[in-house]
Design a protein around this ligand. Sequence first.
Ligand code: OXD
Ligand code: MN
Length: 595
Amino acid sequence: MNAVPDVSPAGTAGSSLAALNAWVAEVAALTRPDAIHWCDGSDAENAALVAGMEADGTLIRLNHETHPGSWLHRSDPNDVARVEHLTFVCTPERDDAGPNNHWMSPADAHAKIDALFDGCMQGRTMYVIPYCMGPIDSPLSRCGVEITDSPYVVANMRIMTRMGAPALARIEREGRFVKGLHSTGELDPERRFIMHFPEELTIKSYGSGYGGNALLGKKCHALRIASHQARNEGWLAEHMLILGVTNPRGETHYIAAAFPSACGKTNLAMLIPPEGYRKDGWKISTIGDDICWMRPGKDGRLYAINPEAGFFGVAPGTSRKSNPSALASIQSNTIFTNVGVTADNQPWWEGLGEGEPAIDWRGEPYDAGKRPAAHPNARFTVSARQCPSWSPEAENPEGVPISAIVFGGRRPSLVPLVFEARDWTHGVLVGAAMGSETTAAATGAVGVMRRDPMAMKPFCGYNFADYFAHWLSFDDGSNRLPKIFHVNWFRKGDGGDFLWPGFGDNLRVLEWMIGRVKGEAGAVETPIGNLPTAGDLNLDGLELTGEAREKLFGFEREGWKAEFDSIGEYLDSYGPRMPRALKDEQQRIARALAG
Ligand code: OXD
Ligand code: MN
């Protein structure tokens, strides 16, 4: 570890790292750490950090016979999810952040949070983490530096990003990077803020150690700040998985899909084809499970990269049945956060389907009457390369061409299994109107229906009205844009049961989409878009009840009329900044529904 006065990595004096060195010195003067450590991302560095965290109890060794290299971290019980009410977008003008964000003026926000940072690293080490979001040699990638006093954050950032020496070299070459300052502070919810300054490409996060609040490369950089950069630079930063579907003819189509947090993005990204499809030669490959950056290539198609290098997945519900690839990925070299453990110290969570919990996520003997063994938002952090379906295309600097964009949410009623948007403008409306029931990924009530446009409600770094306008601008006559679809895996019957089996069987829906992209699959035109009939999908081997067929493939005009009134009110809530084209599209469909 370097002593405080020596804040620069060796040999950089006078280089284009001067801005970085100056910022590190400024932060050190404010936070007053005992030592500064520049992270190089090496195995030796990681081993030393892990040993230190084992010694002070930050990491608990799991059973290394069954789970080599794997560790358990128990968060403070008040710090287990993203905190949307404490997350701010600090633009000079309130309207630029929009009604979709909490806003504070940059001056007030800096003053408020700098007061918390003042002296907060005394007695601690300050880690400087250079990282790259995306393949290190991709023109689509962007770099950042996170300064943190949490070695747990360093260990997670090492898995989730390309961290260390190669990233620092790129920063030196490019001379630009996103600045992220983080301290766990006192983990006091009263002294917790996640502040974004898009114009300054700066993030300041205080008082939480939880993933989305503390691993600043993820939501803060790769979505909130990147969405702002993307708007200025003509690309899209989205809350989307990216998967490849290879058919028996060997053709691969890439699909990007946006679902709100904890709605199955990781499961879809790692889908295992149903048996009949496997026999016929269908394959799924995984590029990413949470974030997608895409921009038009020379041929006008959208090309996408996954800016992340790992998965920060929700553990509960992950099983051999629901997601065998995820389960296989997390047998080694994994950091588990807030899971329970078995008597022989293996990680355990609700829905794992094997083993028994002995100790719960708070470290107390498991008592089913008291609390679940794992927190509902318990997570695993693992390198994407450990996933059996991981695709080397995830390292392609050019990205992969996207054939279809999918939006979806948890909609127990009204919304059918799948429909296709008529064109790009209609597709943008479908994304803008997305609704879903809330989940445990953020603090607050679970199961409440809210509008979550493009699954970006918690993550868009600027006014949604401007964001929709940015989406619409891609349809400029020169681009060959993907088709847009909406799916709902969560439709329920009158008895409250899910009507669609989901998981591997979702490939049946993806096959239909690819058929539509190629002009080969049938559909019926309705005011809300093009719907397959049950006969347009391959349902071989599935037993669907009459009620399931009717609700999954049906169009309920009266319900949609009310839905479109509510969509109209939602768009109006953004005032005059809402693009006219989107409002016109909503009204066109509302008229067709009335018609
Ligand atoms: C996540 C989230 O962690 O969306 O991916 O909350
Ligand atoms: Mn997410």
